[in-house]
Design a protein around this ligand. Structure first.
Ligand code: FAD
Length: 408
């Protein structure tokens, strides 16, 4: 029986350890005092564990090296993930956007199921054990050295140390340093799925406001729309966040100029919105403009829209001109914000960049450089949008690495 060492106890590492334990003696090394610290905070503590869409559609939601993931996603699909947890007694439910969550809304149920399975498969779990060095000779790893100087020997090694975002969860990018030292190329690390900072100071006044069913577009300096999506977003003290903003961030590059355009009423075309406003204006005909928008907009947004509309707030609704109304329609369809930049990588949901996938065999997750090394999860240069795809990638690549470890 070969000895397999898995470095990092996130979803990729736990799944790799469970699978490898079918054939090998497995040790899982985690630097934290518990497994799955990042997994615990996923989906706002509810863990969006995968997505219910057909697996073939997953590739549309993976902007970072989706082709590399073909084998792993088809070997251990979203259906497999769902069956895996249901078999372990975790009931799941599907929500809007086909997002799959535990019925209990508790990420701890997912972690507990994985832990139980690790114990059942006799995986040795070393907590509070930080790998500090990988000891390699002639393209073969012999052991890892822990921070407490303990040496742990193995025949095969699976690196599942995660990315570099939310470092307080343990994902501090150690795997990138190890892989680089072993001769792997590391593609530039960038935040992906991260909130956007906005220059317009008025966004601060909207802090806490969440908008549903809006359309967000990102335009580059040439005015070309490079991203557009419907959904949910929110205003923060620094700018904007929420699902459609996080996905948009993948298209925003540092040092380039971008505008975020919010269509507050995407279900209505220009004519329909104008009619809707006329209806409201008829209702509030003798009121001031500032008191005429409460049926149309959330309270917090009214003051800002009034300011940006250039219509005096005390102007009587019955004296608002057609031209002013048209401008208002345009404003509601094109609330424009100047993007200042991305929030730091530490605040990103995922890291884009990582171990170069050209140097990893996609059908086994085996390193093409080090004979007895495998990679899985976010340490690789792969990343997806929100919706459960990133955890699925961690499980699929972890499963494949665990299954193939030690195979000729
Ligand atoms: C706030 C937030 C919410 C998210 N929500 C979702 C969601 O709902 N759905 C979704 O699909 N994705 C979500 N993600 C992304 C998802 O959590 C990650 O893509 C996924 O956890 C990656 O799994 P991993 O196993 O590769 O890495 P990680 O989960 O980062 O695990 C890596 C583990 O390795 C350990 N480690 C690192 N270095 C060492 C070392 N030197 N020695 C020992 N151990 C080490 C770390 O402590 C850590 O436990 C979210 C991310 C964040 C930050």
């Amino acid at each position: 029986m070969a000895k397999v060492i898995v470095i990092g106890g996130g979803p990729a590492g736990m799944m790799a350890a469970i699978t490898a334990a079918e054939k090998h003696k497995v040790t899982l090394i985690e630097k934290n005092d518990k497994l799955g610290k990042k997994l615990f905070i996923t989906g706002k503590g509810r863990c969006n564990v995968t997505n219910g869409k057909d697996i073939g559609e997953f590739f549309d939601y993976i902007p970072g090296n989706s082709q590399f993931l073909y084998s792993s996603l088809y070997t251990f699909t979203n259906e497999n993930v769902m069956n895996f947890f249901e078999k372990l007694g975790v009931k799941l439910k599907v929500e809007r956007g086909d997002r799959v969550f535990p019925e209990s809304d508790k990420s701890s149920d997912i972690i507990r199921a994985l832990e139980k399975e690790l114990i059942k498969k006799n995986v040795e779990i070393l907590l509070n054990s930080e790998v500090e060095e990988i000891i390699e000779n002639n393209k073969e790893i012999s052991s890892v050295k822990l921070k407490n100087d303990k040496i742990i020997k193995g025949d095969y090694f699976i690196m599942t140390t995660g990315g570099i975002s939310y470092p307080q969860t343990g994902s501090t990018g150690d795997g990138y340093k190890f892989a680089k030292k072993l001769g792997h190329c590391i593609i530039d690390l960038k935040p992906s799925l991260v909130p956007l900072e906005i220059e317009d100071s008025w966004v601060k006044d909207l802090q806490g406001l969440s908008l549903k069913n809006v359309e967000l577009s990102i335009k580059n300096s040439k005015g070309k729309t490079i991203y557009s999506e419907f959904g949910e977003m929110l205003f923060t003290h620094f700018g904007i966040s929420g699902p459609i903003v996080l996905s948009a961030s993948r298209f925003v590059k540092e040092k380039e100029s971008f505008h975020a355009i919010i269509n507050l009423k995407p279900a209505l075309n220009e004519e329909e919105l104008d009619k809707r406003i006329q209806k409201d204006f008829a209702k509030y005909i003798n009121k001031d403009f500032k008191n005429s928008l409460e049926d149309l907009l959330p309270k917090k947004l009214i003051d800002i829209i009034i300011k940006l509309s250039n219509i005096p707030e005390n102007k009587k609704v019955n004296s608002i001109t057609k031209e002013e109304r048209k401008n208002l329609v345009n404003l509601l369809h094109n609330l424009t914000l100047k993007v200042k930049g991305l929030r730091p990588i530490a605040e990103a949901i995922v890291t884009s960049g990582g171990v170069c996938v050209k140097e990893v065999d996609p059908s086994t997750m085996k390193s093409k450089i080090i004979n007895n090394l495998y990679f899985a999860g976010e340490v690789l240069d792969v990343d997806a949008y929100t919706g459960g795809y990133n955890i699925q990638i961690a499980f699929s690549t972890g499963y494949l690495a665990g299954t193939m470890v030690g195979e000729k």
